[in-house]
Ligand binder design. Structure first.
Ligand code: GDP
Ligand code: ZN
Length: 298
């Protein structure tokens, strides 16, 4: 489906064979968020769809590789201004190493991230210290952390404001309230609709299509139903720390370059961890990734 902008009025479109074949190993040459040129004759309908003639260069994109060995990749979304990573301190409990992998992925793909803590109505009082620690860890690493509740409406106006005028990816493990948040942002949207019908099986590959929603308050959301992570990202050991912004900054003062920030003398990152300037949890996620020999399921 395509739409002209700024109006939001979706119409059907198909691909021309030759775009399909061009260059990339992606199973889908066009993804949500792509800007394309197209041709259309007469009234565009399902029987007479527009024809996509080219895909404009992408500012960024997030891909998913299906398996370790597979050369094929699937473009999840393109031209994202920001990713909102939805999490909850509890119900479900946030897994910091997993969150850190998502953050690393967004850094790799050059998509700025905001962390959204949903369901604060449930745990603000009962998990006060954990909530404070979370802010300290992630704000300390340079990320914005918002507190919201899809249930009470707290923080929703702020989130709406943050989405205005941008294309935003919404991601988070199932149960954190992603669909509820999208609905709270714009009650006319119903992300659950279509969630099932949009996933279908092609031989061995399960392909999920991600949908873009237009917020009546302005801005677009790319929902990623069922997306647990972003697949595999190939990083060399010495590259991983580049994607932990606080480590990248500290590493300017490491005695050796490259430095893995593990055993090297004069390592400024380790010193910052010992001094409490870099969170031990973040450092520990980093060590976990270092241990995995180059392939990361993100
Ligand atoms: P998704 O899997 O991330 O899309 O999560 P859902 O939007 O389906 O929400 C999962 C459950 O959490 C549902 O039972 C929601 O009613 C509940 N929920 C979502 N947001 C909130 C919130 O802010 N506060 C509370 N207490 N419950 C919420
Ligand atoms: Zn170092």
């Amino acid at each position: 489906m395509l739409s002209l902008l700024p109006e939001w009025d979706l119409f059907p479109a198909v691909l021309r064979g030759k775009i399909r074949l061009k260059g990339s190993s992606a199973t889908n040459p066009v993804a949500v968020g792509d800007v394309v040129t197209f041709e259309a004759e007469g009234d565009v309908t399902l029987e007479n769809p527009a024809v996509i003639t080219s895909v404009k260069p992408r500012r960024n994109y997030i891909i998913r590789k299906s398996t370790n060995l597979s050369r094929q990749s699937h473009i999840i979304a393109a031209n994202l201004d920001r990713a909102f990573i939805i999490a909850t301190i509890d119900y479900p409990e946030v897994k910091l190493p997993f969150l850190d992998r998502i953050l690393v992925t967004c850094e790799v793909y050059n998509v700025p991230v905001t962390i959204v803590l949903n369901k604060v109505d449930l745990y603000r009082e009962s998990h006060k210290e954990m909530l404070e620690a979370f802010h300290e860890i992630y704000e300390g690493a340079g990320y914005r952390v918002m507190e919201v509740s899809a249930l009470t409406g707290e923080g929703i106006e702020e989130l709406r404001e943050a989405c205005r005028g941008h294309v935003s990816l919404f991601s988070g493990v199932s149960g954190v309230g992603k669909s509820s948040l999208i609905k709270a942002l714009d009650p006319s949207l119903d992300p659950r609709v279509g969630e099932i019908s949009e996933a279908h099986t092609q031989g061995k590959h399960t392909t999920t299509f991600y949908e873009m929603y237009s917020l009546s308050s302005g801005g677009f959301i790319v929902d990623t139903p069922g997306l647990r992570g972003f697949g595999l990202v190939d990083l060399k050991k010495e590259e991983i720390a580049l994607y932990f912004p606080e480590m990248l900054k500290a590493s300017e003062n490491c005695r050796f370059t490259p430095c893995t920030h593990t055993h090297e003398p004069g390592c400024a990152v380790k010193e910052a961890v010992e001094a409490g300037d870099i969170s031990y949890d973040r450092y520990s996620s980093y060590l976990g990734m270092l241990d995995e020999e180059g392939k990361y399921r993100l």
